[in-house]
Design a protein around this ligand. Sequence first.
Ligand code: FMN
Length: 359
Amino acid sequence: MSLAALLEGLAIPIIQAPMAGASSPEMALAVSRAGGLGSVAVAAFAPDEIEAAVGKVRAGTDAPFAINLLVSSKPTPDADTLDRALERLRPWYDEAGLALPERPNRFAHDFDAQFAATLRAAPAIASFAFDMISRERIQALQAAGSYVVGTANTVAEARAWAEAGADGVCAQGMEAGGHRGNFLADVEASLVGTMALVATVRAAVGLPVIAAGGIMDGRGVAATLALGAAAAQMGSAFLLSEQAITGPIWQEAIRKAPDDPTRLTRAFSGRYARGLENRFMREMRAIEDDVPAYPVQNRLTQPLRAAAAKAGDPEMMSLWAGQAIGLARAGEAGEQVRRWWAEAQEASRALARRTGVRT
Ligand SMILES: Cc1cc2nc3c(=O)[nH]c(=O)nc-3n(C[C@H](O)[C@H](O)[C@H](O)COP(=O)(O)O)c2cc1C
């Protein structure tokens, strides 16, 4: 078996994108059961929670699914950096009626332990973003029976994953909601649209390419398959799903979003991410280059974002969403996937008529 064969064998070549803080194991289960491929985002999970989440999906289906990790090394910011970063956030903490937090001594779960738990869980697919993992780790996952997918924002990143021995590449276009996965060049040099990225990555590497960014319905699925993608990965399209854990304030902001509502920001987390523009993004823009890198800033703004969600204030929350978020609709995740596939088939028939192909 190969990753290409696994993706080819899916009844529905749609991958539910891993979305830390938005997708859920229940969503992954519903999508894999429907014939697509669900993904469990475990970046915010402790190692034992990773095993529990995998157990939950496995108990519900024999179908394949993916586990997704965000690659990071243990940050060691000095006290001065932390104090300055906290000071910058003081007006926001004051406004939220919260005391400025103490300096945290932990910023994220230990990646090595998360990796070990993923290796033990041996999902059909293990996918990674934010950086590469070593060739040894890729081989260890493969020996355990997992295919390895690396996220690339550029052709150079896709080549790097291919050279390290990955089984496939997720080509994440600049339209995508959530964090950018770039790790070789700065964000400005890594903002390639999905259409250009999928086609150029396909031409550069001999691996299956998963297209991500801006795919919101069956037309987008058909379009990316036509570009040569092995599967279409959809994230923002699931943010209003029954199985999403986005919560009422985030969902309301999506429903009420104006035209062209997203921007990139590094103010919330210290890594560029796309979300609905709000007051925090606007007012932090002038100093966002100064905030400490992910995951430090992410940890420092965490209590603020949680308090804002609780108070029903969308202006201080990270409302991650992609450029095409205006097309998001509510629904049950399994039914959504089936509907998008029916739409993709209809779009293909319409295209065949338009291009004069007899069907
Ligand atoms: C709320 C949210 C959270 C995300 N979290 C992750 C994550 O944990 N890991 C990851 O590799 N990508 C993450 N992404 C990116 C998605 O996997 C995917 O690339 C993106 O959603 C595709 O673009 P779209 O939103 O236009 O469909 C996230 C995206 C969103 C919207």
